[in-house]
Write a protein that binds this ligand. Structure first.
Ligand code: SF4
Ligand code: SF4
Length: 436
């Protein structure tokens, strides 16, 4: 009974802290711009293809396979974690065992995956700590980012060690007590051979220690994740579902501009608007100007650096790093969000995403090639934010590099980006006798 009470208290504390954190994120989403989702069947396909089958991550075959195994392993092990919560609340023991052979398959798979995940995490840690993998470095990768990644990996390693420990000592406990074993444990049965000399009391105590260690680590991990880059564990699948499914490079029309142009051409035209009196703001200058999908993208960023590694601007020594753009959106919302919760969306701390976090030099370095979006394993659309910040600079601040200003003036005066009059457009063909 005491064990049950302690478990329920720990669970309630975990849920309360988790709900508090999630509420904060939910409120931040309310400060972002709305965006309608459509084409749901295509989104379901994209989610299975990119998030569940992990297809994009296989572009790097070895590390991609390890990442995919970790993801699939987590999905299987999650079933066992849910069982532990039910066991903890109702004082049952391996309650899903009633599923018989299905349970045996799931538990055996989870047992094998625990070992695979532990080995994969050791490989990841080794790469991060001892190998100079270029994409893990960059101006945006502060010591805290690296510590965050290493801490989360260590957490996962401990989770797998306690899971294997729990299974190993459960196997021994049942065996020594002469009770029927529920489930199949291929890896733990092998590990049990190393502890066979322990007494039944000792294996029972070790089982309890690992059971509690594992579940309390899950509870702690669930509350650490939202403050870590590993928040993508929760966010990546829904993020892929809401991600861009249009072809890369397709540029969204600005609705606010479309309305202005429609009214300019036809003042009596009826255009829908949420608030007719509101003066629209063109583009993005701060975190609350981005759409909710852009913000979800930022929360889902794993900081893996695959985008920056393929960015031609970054490779050729420019300031731009698409990973930094996503990290900056997330950091800026974290900074401004609490103020907006207290004082409303009009809150100002005299700072902004554009200027304090992202410079104009970074923005204009982008070639809009979309290589970053192509590479991102969770379908983040980095160029969309860059484009919207440029739109703000041009449309609200009339600030663009000199070369572009010439192009804009030419389009305005000549209807083309070149500095020649439209009447002179066919001069080149005058003496070629091609004008009929
Ligand atoms: S779209 Fe821009 S940020 Fe992305 S890879 Fe190309 S140049 Fe880099
Ligand atoms: S935007 Fe995508 S590719 Fe770039 S660091 Fe984040 S998760 Fe990785």
């Amino acid at each position: 009974m005491a064990k049950q009470l302690i478990f329920i208290s720990a669970l309630l504390i975990t849920l309360a802290i988790f709900a508090y954190t999630m509420r904060k994120y939910f409120l931040y989403f309310r400060f972002t711009k709305s965006l309608k989702l459509d084409r749901f069947s295509e989104r379901v396909y994209e989610t299975f293809n990119v998030a569940i089958a992990q297809t994009k991550i296989f572009r790097q075959p070895v590390m991609g396979l390890l990442h995919a195994l970790v993801f699939w392993g987590f999905v299987v092990i999650l079933i066992g974690s849910i069982e532990m919560v039910i066991d903890g609340i109702f004082r049952t023991e391996r309650v899903f065992g009633i599923a018989g052979i299905v349970y045996d398959v799931v538990i055996a798979t989870g047992d094998v995956f625990a070992l695979i995940i532990a080995i994969s995490i050791l490989v990841f840690l080794f790469r991060r700590l001892f190998m100079h993998v270029k994409r893990f470095y960059g101006t945006e990768m502060k010591p805290v980012s690296k510590a965050d990644a290493n801490m989360a990996l260590s957490f996962i390693l401990l989770l797998m060690i306690t899971l294997l420990g729990m299974n190993t000592f459960y196997f021994l406990d049942m065996h020594k007590a002469g009770h029927e074993l529920v489930g199949i444990y291929p890896v733990s049965k092998f590990l049990a051979g190393f502890f066979d000399q322990l007494s039944q009391y000792q294996v029972h105590i070790f089982h309890e220690i690992n059971w509690w260690g594992h579940i309390l680590l899950i509870f702690a991990f669930a509350n650490v994740l939202p403050y870590s880059k590993h928040f993508h564990v929760f966010m990546s699948v829904p993020n892929v579902f809401v991600s861009r499914i249009d072809p890369l490079g397709k540029i969204e029309t600005m609705e606010s501009i479309k309305k202005e142009v429609t009214l300019m051409l036809n003042p009596s035209a009826s255009v829908s608007s949420d608030n007719q009196d509101e003066i629209p703001k063109f583009g993005v200058s701060d975190a609350n100007d981005v759409s909710w999908v852009n913000y979800m993208n930022a929360l889902s960023c794993t900081e893996c650096g695959r985008c920056t590694a393929v960015c031609p601007a970054n490779i050729t020594g420019k300031l731009l790093s698409p990973r930094k753009i996503m990290m900056d959106v997330r950091a800026r919302m974290k900074e401004k969000g609490p103020g907006m919760i207290k004082e409303g969306i009009g809150f100002s701390d005299e700072k902004s995403l554009l200027g304090n976090y992202i410079s104009e030099e970074e923005l204009w370095a982008c070639t809009m090639c979309n290589a970053c979006a192509q590479e991102c394993p969770v379908n983040i659309n980095q160029p969309a934010i860059i484009l919207d910040m440029r739109r703000y600079l041009v449309l609200e601040k009339s600030s663009a590099p000199a070369g572009l200003n010439t192009v804009f003036t030419n389009i305005e005066n000549n209807g083309a980006p070149w500095q020649f009059s439209p009447q002179d457009r066919l001069n080149w063909a005058e003496e070629l006798y091609v004008n009929g």
